[in-house]
Ligand binder design. Structure first.
Ligand code: F3S
Length: 387
C-alpha cells in the first residue's frame, strides 16, 4: 500500500507509540484487503463502549492509549447504563466504576460526550458521498444505504484507529464497484410495519454479506429497523430500495440472484404480546418515533405490571423534552446513552416485547440474558402496554 511521507513518519513512531500502533492497524487492514492507499475521512463512530461488551481486555487496551487524540469528529456507541437511571438498571459499583473509566478514556481522546447508535440525527451527520469510518452495524448500514455516505463495517479498534489517524484504507464500500446489488428480494405481499425487522432477520440469514435490492415502500423508521436487522442476523452493510435510497439507480449493474419471500417465511407465530418489558429504540428512537409514542400515550397510563422503556440519544431527548414529558407522565421511562441490549435489561427481564429485529437477534443469546423476545409494530406494542 502506498503511504505518504507523513504517514510513514507516523508509522515509524515520530508522533509516539500510540499513533504508530493506530497506523499499523490501518496499514495491516489495507494490506489484507488490497487497498492502494489511505483516504481522509469526515468522521468516525466508535463501538465497544459498554463494559458488558468490551470487558477488562478492552479497558486495558484503552488505558494503553493514554495521550492519543482523535483527529476527526468522533461519536460513541451506547454504554451500559443511563447515569440518571441507575437504580432501574441493576448497576453494581464495580460495573459503574469500570464503565466510567472507559468513558473517561474516550473523552480524554477528544471524542464527543454522546453515546448513541443513531448519531446521524443530531451528533454526527454525514452527507452523501462522504467517506467515514463507522463501527456499529446499524449505523453503518443506515449511513451507506439511506444517506449514501461510504463506510466499511469497521470494528471497534479499526474505527478508533481511523478516528485517530483521520484516514481509512481505500477498499470495500468506499469504491463504486462494490456498492452494487448482489440479490433482488421479491416480496409477493405488501409490507406492514412489523414486517420490516422480520424481513431483515430473514434476509440477513440467507445472504449474509451481500447487498440486497428491495422493491418495497416504507418510512425512514421502517427502513432503519430493516437495516439494523439485516446487519444483525447477517453481516450486511448496505442495501438498496427502489425509488427510495439514493444509489438505487446504479444498483443493478452486476448479475444478481433473485430471492422470493412469502409472508409465511417471515411471520412470527406468537399468540400473545404479553411481556415484562416493552422496549422501543433499537436502533435509538428517532424524533418521529418519539412523537408517535407521545401522541399515543397522551391521557393514558402504562399497566402496573409492565414497563415501557424507550431508548434514544441525549440529543433527541434534549430537543424533544415535551414528548419525553408526556411519555414519563404515562409511566414510561426514556433512557439516553444506553440501550436494551448493552445495558442489563436482558438480564433483568425474561419476556421482552420490542419493535426491533436486532434486539431479538441479540437478546435471545445467552450472553445477553437469553430472554424470550417478541417483535411487533410500534402501535401494537403501545396498545399492549397501556391499561
Ligand atoms: Fe443501537 Fe443497542 Fe440496538 S447499539 S442498534 S440500540 S443493540
Amino acid at each position: 500500500m502506498h503511504l505518504t511521507k507523513e504517514e510513514e513518519h507516523i508509522l515509524d513512531g515520530k508522533l509516539g507509540e500510540g499513533y504508530a500502533r493506530m497506523m499499523k492497524i490501518l496499514v495491516k487492514i489495507g494490506e489484507i484487503y488490497g487497498a492502494e492507499k489511505l483516504i481522509p475521512i469526515k468522521s468516525a463512530q466508535i463501538s465497544g463502549v459498554s463494559y458488558n461488551t468490551i470487558g477488562e481486555y478492552g479497558l486495558h487496551f484503552l488505558r494503553s492509549l493514554k495521550g492519543v487524540k482523535v483527529s476527526v469528529p468522533t461519536t460513541l456507541n451506547p454504554l451500559g447504563f443511563d447515569s440518571e437511571h441507575l437504580s432501574e438498571m441493576s448497576v453494581d459499583e464495580k460495573f459503574y466504576k469500570k464503565q466510567m473509566e472507559i468513558i473517561k478514556a474516550y473523552l480524554d481522546m477528544g471524542i464527543k460526550p454522546t453515546a448513541t447508535c443513531t448519531p446521524y440525527y443530531y451528533d454526527n451527520i454525514p452527507s452523501f458521498g462522504d467517506h467515514i469510518a463507522w463501527a456499529e452495524s446499524s449505523a453503518v448500514i443506515y449511513a451507506n444505504s439511506i444517506i449514501g455516505a461510504r463506510t466499511n463495517r469497521e470494528g471497534a479498534i479499526t474505527a478508533l484507529a481511523s478516528a485517530v489517524i483521520g484516514k481509512t484504507p481505500l477498499y470495500g464500500l468506499h469504491l463504486n464497484e462494490n456498492r452494487h446489488a448482489t440479490h433482488i428480494i421479491r416480496t409477493d405481499f405488501e409490507l406492514k410495519p412489523v414486517d420490516f425487522p422480520l424481513l431483515g432477520i430473514h434476509i440477513g440469514k440467507i445472504i449474509d454479506s451481500g447487498i440486497p435490492y428491495f422493491r418495497i415502500k416504507g418510512t425512514q423508521d421502517d427502513l432503519k429497523l430493516l437495516g439494523a436487522a439485516l446487519a444483525a442476523s447477517g453481516s450486511i452493510a448496505m442495501y438498496h430500495v427502489e425509488n427510495i435510497t439514493p444509489e438505487w439507480q446504479n444498483a443493478l449493474i452486476d448479475k444478481v440472484e433473485i430471492i422470493n419471500v412469502g409472508r409465511e417465511d417471515i411471520e412470527e407465530h406468537s399468540d400473545t404480546v404479553d411481556g415484562e418489558l416493552y422496549a422501543i429504540g433499537c436502533p435509538h428512537a428517532s424524533p418521529s418515533e418519539l412523537r408517535i409514542i407521545a401522541e399515543f400515550l397522551k391521557d393514558k397510563k402504562i399497566k402496573k405490571d409492565a414497563k415501557l422503556w424507550i431508548f434514544t440519544s441525549k440529543s433527541v431527548k434534549r430537543e424533544h423534552q415535551e414528548l419525553v414529558k408526556i411519555i414519563e407522565n404515562a409511566g414510561g421511562v426514556v433512557f439516553a446513552d444506553t440501550c436494551v441490549v448493552v445495558s442489563n435489561a436482558g438480564k433483568i427481564f425474561s419476556k421482552i416485547v420490542t419493535t426491533s429485529g436486532k434486539a431479538k437477534v441479540y437478546l435471545q443469546k445467552k450472553k445477553f440474558g437469553g430472554a424470550k423476545v417478541i417483535v411487533v409494530d410500534i402501535h401494537t406494542l403501545l396498545r399492549s402496554v397501556v391499561e
